[in-house]
Design a protein around this ligand. Structure first.
Ligand SMILES: [Zn+2]
Length: 49
């Protein structure tokens, strides 16, 4: 079963999840599905794993 983590968009505050295996602890930029803002996961005000 895939594990996920929840991130919060620093621009619109929307919460969405990403797959930990693919994305966590990488430099990959996340794309907010609500406002299409791209940001590094370190910029997220909250990450729930
Ligand atoms: Zn957003």
């Amino acid at each position: 079963m895939a594990t996920i983590f929840w991130v919060t968009c620093p621009r619109c505050g929307g919460k969405f999840y990403c797959h930990t295996q693919d994305l966590r602890h990488t430099d990959w930029k996340l794309l907010c599905p609500f406002c299409q803002h791209r940001f590094h996961q370190d910029e997220s005000p909250q990450i729930v794993e």
